[in-house]
Design a protein around this ligand. Structure first.
Ligand SMILES: Cc1cc2nc3c(=O)[nH]c(=O)nc-3n(C[C@H](O)[C@H](O)[C@H](O)COP(=O)(O)O)c2cc1C
Length: 213
């Protein structure tokens, strides 16, 4: 079905995929954004959970200059402050978190105090909501969705940022109300698509090992 050229293109796209933390003001076209969303729609889902509701995956596309962007950033900041307070308490009783939680505490504190580097007013924010289901597999489904979108964005020469703090919004009523979704019933993830401002990419080489047994 697929040619060697198709196969090589897939490898090239996977190799080219990189995080972007600084965007220009250029807004991506609606057509390209729709293609990115369609790639997310095609991602696998936890079928046992999906049967509970008519629409188990929603995409909300918010372009630059929409006042919703400021509201969402403010909610991310206040949620991050609440997450830091929660983390500090957990660190008192969880020895693993005590040992390894400091980096996360610093990052969340920074988001709470200064906001995210890709805000204010990013070129295009996409929020994805996935029905939670009894098994709580929505986070995996969201990760698959995000990955499809990221690869598609890369293939379209668009740049991409993941916004992990949006994952904490599942029980944030003000956030769920923005989208008319019931609080606590959907998991969330979010990403920015746009065009990269010249920046030095500092990612470490991927330190994975393969064990052929
Ligand atoms: C689960 C997960 C969460 C991530 N969250 C964020 C995030 O909130 N903000 C961000 O800028 N990058 C985020 N990233 C991107 C990673 O920092 C990035 O993939 C890593 O540094 C490797 O760089 P590369 O993607 O350019 O190869 C996340 C990646 C993963 C897998």
């Amino acid at each position: 079905m697929f040619t060697e050229t198709d196969n090589r293109s897939l490898d090239e796209i996977m190799k080219a995929r990189r995080i972007c933390r600084k965007f220009t003001d250029r807004v991506p076209s609606k057509e390209d954004v729709a293609a990115v969303v369609e790639a997310g729609r095609l991602a696998p889902y936890a079928s046992i959970s999906s049967g509970d509701v008519d629409v188990f995956r929603h995409f909300y596309v918010i372009f630059k200059d929409n006042p919703l962007l400021d509201k969402i950033e403010a909610l991310i900041r206040s949620q991050s402050a609440a997450d830091v307070a929660w983390l500090k308490k957990e660190m008192e009783k969880d020895s693993f978190l005590k040992e390894y939680g400091e980096g996360l505490e610093k990052m969340w504190t920074n988001v709470a105090e200064h906001g995210l580097p890709v805000f204010p007013n990013p070129p295009c924010l996409i929020i994805i909501a996935e029905w939670r289901g009894a098994r709580r597999a929505e986070r995996q489904s969201l990760a698959h969705t995000i990955q499809n979108m990221w690869l598609k964005a890369t293939a379209l020469n668009l740049d991409f940022n993941l916004i992990s703090p949006i994952e904490s919004m599942w029980d944030n009523q003000e956030f769920c109300d923005l989208f008319g979704l019931p609080t606590g019933r959907y998991g969330f993830h979010g990403c920015i698509v746009g065009y990269r401002q010249a920046e030095k990419l500092t990612s470490k080489p991927i330190s994975a090992q393969v064990h052929w047994l």
